[in-house]
Design a protein around this ligand. Structure first.
Ligand SMILES: *Cc1c(COP(=O)(O)O)cnc(C)c1O
Length: 320
C-alpha cells in the first residue's frame, strides 16, 4: 500500500535535489474557465517534467549494492530523461531503451545527461520488455515508469507541495498516463485533506484510464494516436489503478484540438511552454469539462518537453 507518510518520506529524500515549482495564475484563464485556476508549473522542473521526483526517490531508496550495479528503463521520453539526470546527479550508471522513432531532442537530452542509450522497437510494451531483458543480462535494476510504490511516492510530492502552497483548494486536475502521478497525488491529498476533489484528465483518443474507471477493471487499448505522447499508455498500472479507483473522483476527457489550443494559449497568453501531455489539465479548465461548484482549482502542468517540429504540428492543429 501507498500512504501519505510514504510521500512525506519521499519528499524528505528528494527535496534538496528537485525544484519546488511555482503556482502560476492567469486572469484570462480565470475568465475563460470561470474557475480560479492555479497552475503547478512542473514544466519548470529539472529534466523538464515531474518525472525527476519519482526517479530520484527510486534511486535514493535503493540499497548500495543495487546502486553500484546501475539501472535500466524503457521510455519514449520524460521518464528516461529524468532517470538519466537523477543518475548523473547521484553517480549511478543509467541505460535507457528508447523507440526507433524517438524525437531527436529527447535522445540528445538523455545522452547529454550521460546515460547509455539503446534504440528498440516502437511500442512501449516492446521497449519495456527489452529493458527487462537488459536488466537480467547486465544485472541492472529495472526502474518502471509508473507502476511502483517508490515512483508513485516521488510523484506524490507534487501534491504535498500544492497543499503547502495553497490553503484552500476545491479540486486538483492531473494528467493520466500510467497513473503514477495521479496515484501519488491522490493518496497524499485524500489522506491529508479529504475535501479536495481529484480529477484525472486524458485525451479522448487515449482514454484507457477513463474506460477502466467506468468498467471497474483495467482496460487495454491498442493503436493509440494522440499528440500527448506522455499519455500514450495502453492501460493504467496494476498497482496504480486500485488507487485511482479508491481516490479519484472522476476522469475528464479532452479532444486533440482542445489540447493543441491549450498549448497555444499557455504560450501566447501565459508565456509558458507546456507540452501537450502537460496542457490537458488547462484544456479541461478552458473547455469547462469539470462540474461547477469547484471554485479554486489547481491544474498540474506536468512537463514542458516539446521540440520545434511538434510545436509546428500543434499550431496547425489548433487552427484547424
Ligand atoms: C509521464 C507523464 C505524464 C503521465 O504520468 P503517469 O504517471 O504515467 O500517469 C503526464 N505528463 C507528462 C509530461 C509526463 O511525462
Amino acid at each position: 500500500m501507498l500512504t501519505a507518510k510514504d510521500v512525506e518520506q519521499a519528499y524528505e529524500r528528494i527535496h534538496s535535489y528537485v525544484h519546488r515549482t511555482p503556482l502560476l495564475t492567469s486572469r484570462t484563464l480565470n475568465e475563460i474557465s470561470n474557475f480560479q485556476v492555479f497552475m503547478k508549473a512542473e514544466n519548470f522542473q529539472k529534466s523538464g517534467s515531474f518525472k525527476i521526483r519519482g526517479a530520484m526517490n527510486f534511486l535514493l531508496s535503493m540499497d548500495r549494492q543495487s546502486r553500484d550495479r546501475g539501472v535500466v528503463t524503457g521510455s519514449s521520453g520524460n521518464h528516461g530523461q529524468a532517470l538519466a539526470l537523477a543518475g548523473k546527479m547521484l553517480g549511478i550508471d543509467v541505460k535507457v531503451v528508447v523507440p526507433q522513432d524517438a524525437s531527436p531532442a529527447k535522445v540528445i537530452a538523455i545522452q547529454g545527461y550521460g546515460a547509455k542509450l539503446e534504440r528498440f522497437g516502437t511500442s512501449s510494451t516492446e521497449r519495456l520488455r527489452r529493458a527487462q531483458e537488459i536488466s537480467e543480462q547486465e544485472r541492472r535494476v529495472f526502474v518502471p515508469p509508473f507502476d511502483h510504490y517508490w515512483i508513485m511516492a516521488g510523484q506524490g510530492t507534487v501534491g504535498l507541495e500544492i497543499l503547502e502552497q495553497l490553503d484552500e483548494v476545491d479540486a486538483i486536475l492531473v494528467p493520466c498516463g500510467g497513473c503514477g502521478l495521479i496515484a501519488g497525488i491522490s493518496t497524499y491529498v485524500k489522506e491529508r485533506r479529504p475535501s479536495v476533489r481529484i480529477y484525472g484528465v486524458e485525451p479522448e483518443q487515449s482514454n484507457s484510464t477513463y474506460l477502466s474507471f467506468k468498467a471497474g477493471q483495467r482496460v487495454e487499448l491498442h493503436n493509440i494516436h494522440t499528440i500527448a505522447d506522455g499519455l500514450r499508455t495502453a492501460s493504467p498500472g496494476e498497482l496504480t489503478f486500485p488507487i485511482v479507483q479508491r481516490y479519484v473522483d472522476d476522469i475528464l476527457l479532452v479532444s486533440e484540438k482542445e489540447i493543441a489550443q491549450a498549448v497555444v494559449f499557455l504560450l501566447e497568453r501565459c508565456k509558458v511552454l507546456v507540452e501537450p501531455s502537460g496542457a490537458v489539465t488547462v484544456a479541461a479548465a478552458m473547455f469547462r469539462k469539470l462540474p461547477s461548484g469547484n471554485g479554486k482549482i489547481v491544474a498540474v502542468l506536468s512537463g514542458g518537453n516539446v521540440d520545434r517540429q511538434k510545436l509546428c504540428e500543434i499550431f496547425a492543429m489548433a487552427e484547424s
